[in-house]
Design a protein around this ligand. Structure first.
Ligand code: MLT
Length: 392
């Protein structure tokens, strides 16, 4: 038999698995170390009350014959798709329910979406970038062109007349740099994609952190996006669902490539390979989009943004160069004294017992940077900042 040889082109393990292993090794050797983890972007606040109440109610329904449910609707329950359509409508984006697909999170859909595209397409991926975009294309044997995101372009690369690619990834607010595209920036990508028949995979996982109404939350706020873009979003960072698992993907009816509707293809793919998100979780997600739920998650997001502000203020006072931390839970900072990303990661772990994510893990342009997340507990964030500042 033949295995998928493309796997040999992957790094030995996933970035966040590498980091977890290093931290666990350190903890095993230093059992008394009080390690503060500001590495992986995992949330620390509990689910909001509205979501919990809805899931308790749904659990009880599942225990009664009259209200029990088996397999759910194939694209996700209409009640949740209606709630999501209502959320978009507030920003002036009209979506048909048939265009919304409920998923177990952005990561799975970003990977699975590649089923729709030929292996001989080229993926156009910014560097630095969320490693899933790269690894899933490597697994499929697809060729990749990288777009340089760096301090010169404020980590927001734009297309020009030489830009070539079939599937382009855009994450805004960006993981890992925290940079956010303006409407004008996204419009350039939309026009480029429509002109060259490319498809944009727009990762909106961090949209809820945008605090300025002039910045777009969704690519569909940009004219022309319905004929070139798929949007993937998740409740992980919006509502603390990293462990609960629920997200959604929008594939517009008007997105046609090679004469085929990508929405129909995605429906065909999902109905064959995916059986949906649990009813209980979908009821919890629906509650997030109620007035009360939106108010509750806004408070949680404000808490994380205050953490980001605390980190950013300390870095500014210390004259450290960084981006992000305003419309994003991520702070992307330049490692001091010419250290490489992994040198600084080790330095912080050993000297301050603080875990960050080495920028080099997000691509070659990430070398010399480190990412901190603002998803920590407030006390831990303050303690981590104090420890880091003392090292200066
Ligand atoms: C990250 O830290 O980059 C994210 O938590 C990863 C993810 O969302 O899968």
């Amino acid at each position: 038999m033949k295995i998928n040889e493309n796997y040999k082109n992957l790094k030995e393990s996933y970035l966040f698995s590498d980091i977890a292993r290093k931290v666990n090794d350190y903890k095993a050797k230093n059992p008394d170390a009080d390690v503060i983890r500001l590495g992986i972007g995992d949330v620390t606040l509990p689910l909001c009350k509205s979501a919990v109440d809805a899931m308790v109610k749904a659990s009880l329904e599942m225990g009664k014959k009259e209200t029990f449910r088996g397999y759910g609707d194939e694209q996700g329950y209409a009640f949740l798709r209606e709630a999501i359509a209502g959320y978009y409508k507030k920003r002036g984006v009209e979506l048909d329910l048939s265009e919304i697909f409920i998923s177990d999170g952005a990561k799975s859909d970003l990977g699975n979406m590649l089923d729709l595209f030929g292996a001989d397409n080229t993926a156009l991926i910014p560097d630095p970038v969320y490693p899933v975009y790269v690894d899933t294309n490597v697994m499929a044997g697809r060729s990749i062109s990288f777009l340089n995101a760096n301090a010169e372009n404020a980590f927001l690369p734009l297309p020009d007349e030489n830009t070539r690619g079939d599937i382009v990834y855009i994450c805004s607010p960006n993981n890992p740099t925290g940079a956010v595209y303006t409407r004008g920036g996204l419009k350039k990508w939309v026009d480029w994609a429509n002109a060259c028949d490319a498809v944009i995979l727009f990762d909106a996982a961090y949209e809820a952190f945008i605090g300025d109404d002039s910045l777009p939350h969704s690519i569909y706020e940009i004219e022309g996006a319905r004929t070139c873009a798929i949007e993937v979003c998740s409740l992980s960072k919006t509502a603390g669902f990293t462990g609960t698992r629920c997200g959604y993907t929008v594939v517009p009816e008007t997105l046609v490539r090679g004469g085929r509707s990508l929405r129909k293809m995605w429906l065909r793919r999902q109905t064959t390979k995916f059986n949906g998100v649990p009813y209980i979780v979908q009821r919890g997600a629906e509650a997030v989009f109620t007035e009360a739920g939106l108010h509750e998650i806004k408070e949680n997001i404000a808490y994380y943004k205050e953490n980001a502000r605390i980190i950013a203020d300390a870095l500014s006072r210390a004259d450290v160069r960084f981006s992000g931390g305003v419309h994003s839970p991520y702070i992307w900072l330049k490692c001091p004294e010419g250290m490489t990303s992994w040198e600084y990661f080790d330095f912080l772990l050993k000297r301050a017992n603080v875990v960050g994510t080495p920028g080099a893990g997000f691509g070659k342009n990430g070398e010399g940077y480190l990412r901190l997340t603002a998803f920590g507990d407030r006390g831990n964030v303050k303690e981590a900042v104090n420890r880091i500042m003392k090292l200066k």
